[in-house]
Design a protein around this ligand. Structure first.
Ligand SMILES: Nc1ncnc2c1ncn2[C@@H]1O[C@H](COP(=O)(O)OP(=O)(O)OP(=O)(O)O)[C@@H](O)[C@H]1O
Ligand SMILES: [Mg+2]
Length: 401
């Protein structure tokens, strides 16, 4: 790990922020890092990882290799993450070395393990779907009979983009699914079971918290998922009850405080109808302790975007203003389609809509893979949705005019 992979420190006493993982989240920290004069260094999966293409100091190493992590951390002032997959015992070893991890191992545990998250949030009295831990088919059947079929089953660790999530109408469905996914192990390792929530829509609360305990919250957003993948975010969530927005935000701030989260925290929620037609309420789906897809809108739509805020938070700097710059910002994800050439689409998109803000991640096109997003802000929600959706669809090649 020599030469170009060592960060060159800029004059002026600026720190180096290390990011484990070279995906699009690490990549999108680079824009604000450049603006702030902060140096990034990325421990990347390969020299063509999304972040490695734009951060000069991107040593290649595995996030499961303690020696690689140690050598990397040695040239960083603080270390943060692009994903949640660094094994806990390695995080522990780094902390024992004195490395400043944000979030800490103790906090990250609740984003790494969905069973631990459910236990902890339930203990705090935060509203969750009815849930249980199952290790036998009989326990699965008992839970389904109690809450009603179908149920949702989740692998506690390692899921993303809906990949560790299954809908099951019977214990047999579930055993079939488990043998199909193979990883991360059989039912005996423990599965998280949840009632299938009949939600009105999905919401996300994004906040940032610094080690000193300062916190800032963006407006609550609506997230739209297609086949388990987030495809669109509406900021703020349209027609959201003001009381619900404030209790949901308070819950997220409380979770961050109780769990000691540092950096950006996303709390994914389901909006549910109250009993007997009462006002809506929420239940928490899951936590992510890093910048999150539900916050990409803020890069163009808020005074302080989530990537700048994450850097401020992990450096324990005062946080920036999270307020929106426009009544509405819509984010449309660009998922990989059939066309691998993205750049030729720029001429059309940019000519058609000078207000659309295009972000691409430098990733190879694979069907369904998140390869970019488009933000459009404005005063008319439907118009912003149409424009963001059009640009995203054109980029992925599903429409040609
Ligand atoms: N208990 C539930 N009831 C109804 N739908 C659910 C439930 N849990 C999850 N889902 C649906 O499955 C999607 C993915 O679930 P979850 O967020 O737990 O998985 P994930 O793979 O970690 O997702 P991601 O990484 O995309 O956020 C949710 O956004 C929601 O649409
Ligand atoms: Mg999720």
């Amino acid at each position: 790990m020599g030469g170009v992979s060592q960060p060159k420190r800029a004059p002026g006493g600026f720190p180096v922020v290390g990011v484990v993982g070279g995906g699009q989240l690490a990549r999108m920290m680079q824009g604000p890092a450049v603006e702030l004069g902060v140096q990034l260094s990325v421990l990347a999966e390969s020299d063509t990882a999304a972040a490695a293409l734009v951060v000069p100091s991107s040593p290649v190493g595995e996030h499961t290799d303690l020696e690689a992590l140690r050598a990397f951390a040695a040239h960083c002032d603080v270390v943060t993450f692009d994903h949640e997959h660094v094994p806990p015992h390695l995080l522990e070893a780094l902390e024992a070395d004195g490395v400043a991890l944000h979030p800490t191992r103790a906090a990250l545990h609740f984003a790494q393990d969905k069973l631990a998250m459910r236990e902890r949030l339930s203990g705090l009295g935060i509203a969750c779907p009815r849930w249980s831990r199952a290790t036998t088919a009989a326990e699965v059947t008992a839970f389904g009979d109690e809450v009603g079929w179908p149920i949702i089953a989740k692998t506690p660790r390692g899921g993303y983009d809906g990949k560790g999530v299954s809908v099951a109408s019977s214990a047999d469905d579930l055993t079939e699914w488990i043998s199909r996914i193979g990883e991360p192990g059989p039912l005996e390792h423990g599965l998280l079971l949840e009632e299938k929530v009949d939600f009105v829509r999905e919401l996300a609360v994004l906040i940032a918290r610094s080690p000193s305990g300062q916190a800032a919250a963006w407006p609550v957003v609506e997230t739209v998922q297609t086949d388990g993948i987030c495809t669109e975010v509406l900021a703020p969530a349209p027609a959201l009850d003001a009381d619900l927005a404030s209790v949901a935000t308070e819950a997220a701030l409380r979770i961050a405080g109780e769990l000691g989260v540092t950096g950006v925290l996303a709390v994914e929620m389901f909006e549910v109808r109250g009993a007997t037609g009462d006002a809506s309420s929420y239940v928490v789906n899951e936590l992510a302790m890093r910048p999150h897809n539900s916050g990409h809108w803020s890069m163009d739509g808020a005074v302080t975007g989530q990537f700048e805020q994450h850097l401020r938070a992990v450096l324990d700097l005062p946080l920036g203003d999270p307020r929106p710059r426009a009544p509405w910002t819509v984010m449309a994800n660009v998922l990989g389609g059939d066309y691998e050439h993205l750049y030729p689409a720029y001429r059309h998109i940019m000519a058609r809509d000078p207000g659309a803000k295009v972000h691409v991640y430098g990733k190879g096109v694979r069907p369904g893979r998140k390869i970019g997003h488009v933000n459009v802000s404005g005063t008319d929600l439907d118009d912003a949705r149409e424009r963001a959706g059009h640009a995203a669809d054109y980029l992925r090649g599903v429409i040609t005019e």
